[in-house]
Design a protein around this ligand. Sequence first.
Ligand code: MLT
Length: 408
Amino acid sequence: MNAFPTVELTVYPFECDAFGHLNEASFLALYERARWDALAKGPGMDLFRRSGVWPAVRKASIEYHAGVYPADVLRIETIVTRRGTTSFSLRHTATRLKDGAQVSEAELVFVCVDPLGRPAPIPEEVGNFLGPRVAKGTELLRVETGKGGATLPVEVRGEGDIILFVHGFPLDHTMWRHQMAGLTKWKRVAPDLRGFGGATAPPHPEAYSMGRYADDLIAVLDAVGGASRAVVCGLSMGGYIVFELLRRHPERIRALVLCDTKAEPDTAEGRKVRDEQAGLAEREGVAAVVDRLLPKLLGKATHRAQPELVAEVREVMLRSSVPGFAGALRAMRDRPDSTPDLAQIRMPTLVLGGAEDELIAPAVMHQMATQIPGARFDSIKSAGHMAPLEQPLAVGRVLGEFLESLPK
Ligand code: MLT
């Protein structure tokens, strides 16, 4: 269930500025009204006060996609995207009822503070209210990938044409939570790959290869009714898998989104490092490798400004199973060269990556885009290797524009 019910608010003339529309200050106030309305409908507007804390806004970012005028009625959806010990994050999406246009999105990070302004743990009653961080209507399907395969949890949201999200290494489907919360005109589908998140982890090394992952995605598409072609969006290892899917099952794909990924295989040196890391994970556990990988997984701006996100990504990485972790390293080691395939791609393609990506340089991604006929390239500022998680609003805008441009 989702803590915050959807509310509909009418825009009043006095909220609008001299140009007759809602500016950013009044938009933030409108989102605040939506939060209070949701509390009023649920546990009461004094939920925080009676628990002895106050939710102070630590960070707010807002984006507009269209002007909003008096008498417009907006549907405001609010989703809890993260819960830490003292802080939590919300995402608001505003859709205008009369034309279904998504007019704005905002991300807010709150920290609970005590009467002296010191961070305080989220009180139990508030924690109960915030609930699990997935939205109402979210369905976690469990997909069996066939004999000798794995069972994958799959988050499915919304109705419409399918966009399938494929996570990177060593993460799970929650890395797509902002894209799952937005893109409301699409049926958004995000599985955990075998060995990661809540998926089962077959013990045998041969259970992990780009081919296995790609075939698992077909099982996922079949299970969510994806007989028609899907837009497929993969990040890093997810992108390597998308290339394999393209070789094996091109008829199931309508358009590609390649995030922070590349077409080249590993170098000889890179293959050696994969072997060392897989061996280390098997001998000492995944934690021994995770702290080596983490610094480069997120951009410098994220390490500086979003320490809670760094901590959260680390937690997700630590949840990887040993066979899944080592299996993925060896599968990446053995992946084929996808560069000869680039010039053969005949479908709309978006390549995007963090401008601060230290694992796959923006120049490499740009070069890949130039080899795919008609592909677009976008570089996301203040993001590293995990651009969709680090800068969700900027990625949402680029992705939204790309999806809108697709032939119907
Ligand atoms: C990923 O994010 O999936 C990995 O960094 C990819 C890789 O190690 O090549």
